[in-house]
Design a protein around this ligand. Structure first.
Ligand code: HMG
Ligand code: MG
Length: 306
């Protein structure tokens, strides 16, 4: 029988870069996305239309979208926190209506009130009220909408989060029109046991194929957590090349599970990803050197040193 396919959502150009301390040029972001487009990845999150006062690194997203070489069969979603962000995207879409720069947006809220307030400056209920017209307008404009829930296991401010809270917000995002909800372990504190508990609770309410996982690797548990989710039927996983990433409003959190680590684990465990690990490892090393950081992907380093 064919190996089960796992869709990887590469979040490096967004989650990976949003928390970098030094400015990154539009040209570098465009080059990163263009290089990633050649690896076999099918979804590359490419920026955010958020307030530049809140997240300065995402300020050039309009120019990034204008600059990338879009490849057929790849989607390039962007984060949108409110109507203002959607309007900014719509303005770019109007420049070339025959050739849309993206077909997908992502909205984002959290299972923790304190984190949500720090991240998007409103309560969870307010965020859902704010997103409803954004989703409606996006769907009318033929944009698909993905939802994120952050702090699904532990919040850096509130501590442990009850899975029922995540389940209820996930259900609301799906009812609103999101085609998928990505479950964010924002500070990477989940373990296989807490992932299992979370997914058992949510899949009692919604089908597993509308769920994705978004595991940060702060505690080094991310690959184990992803494999747990896959055993439970999840088939969409977020990751970041070279393990880049972090959220400005989650102090101490490090990057996402490295895409290189994920691809290696998946191929060895008998899943199909369509992603070329050689190519990807080279990109991870390249972007790490541009950012003057150590490559955070253990697999990437090992693969290049073979
Ligand atoms: P606010 O200050 O409450 O909003 O921020 P406001 O409506 O009062 O506007 C304040 C200023 O921002 C105004 O400008 C607006 O025009 C402007 P001023 O009049 O002061 O010059 N503004 C905007 N500018 C550009 N684009 C916009 C926009 N909206 C307002 N869309 C807001 C509320 C949501 C805007 C703000 O809190 C924000 O931008 N937050 C984004 C935070 C963020 O991007 N966090 C990281 C992504 S989430 C994440 O990383 C987690 C995830 O990876 C999953 C996981 O790991 O858990 C997804
Ligand atoms: Mg994240």
């Amino acid at each position: 029988t064919a190996a089960p396919f796992v869709k990887i959502v590469e979040v490096g150009p967004r989650d990976g870069l949003q928390n970098e301390p030094t400015p990154i040029s539009v040209a570098t972001k465009v080059e990163l996305i263009n290089r990633l487009s050649e690896t076999g990845l099918k979804c590359i999150e490419s920026g955010s239309f958020v307030s530049p006062k809140w997240v300065p690194q995402m300020a050039g997203t309009s120019d990034v979208l204008r600059g990338i070489h879009r490849m057929p069969g790849i989607s390039y979603p962007v984060l949108v926190p409110n109507m203002r962000g959607l309007e900014m995207l719509e303005a770019i879409l109007l420049e070339h209506p025959e050739e849309p720069v993206t077909e997908e947006i992502a909205i984002f809220t959290a299972a923790s009130e304190v984190f949500n307030k720090k991240n998007i400056n409103c309560s969870i209920a307010e965020s859902l009220d704010r997103f409803a017209p954004v989703v409606e307008e996006a769907l009318k404009g033929n944009l698909r909408v993905r939802g994120y829930v952050s702090t699904v296991v532990v919040c850096p401010y509130e501590g442990a989060i009850e899975p029922e809270r995540v389940r209820d917000i996930t259900t609301k995002l799906l009812e609103m029109g999101c085609y998928e909800v990505s479950l964010g372990d924002t500070i990477g504190a989940a373990t296989p046991k807490s992932m299992e508990k979370l997914l058992n609770c949510i899949t009692a309410a919604v089908p597993v194929d509308v769920l994705a996982t978004h595991n940060h690797d702060t505690y080094g548990m991310a690959v184990s957590n992803v494999l747990t989710a896959l055993k439970m039927g999840v088939r969409t996983v977020d990751s970041s090349v070279a393990g880049l990433g972090g959220c400005p409003y989650a102090p101490g959190a490090t990057g996402n599970v490295a895409t290189e680590d994920l691809v290696y684990a998946l191929q060895e465990e008998g899943y199909e990803t369509g992603v070329d690990l050689n190519h990807l490892s080279g990109i991870g090393q390249w972007i790490s050197s541009i950012l003057k950081r150590d490559n955070s992907s253990r697999v990437g380093k090992a693969w290049l040193a073979r």
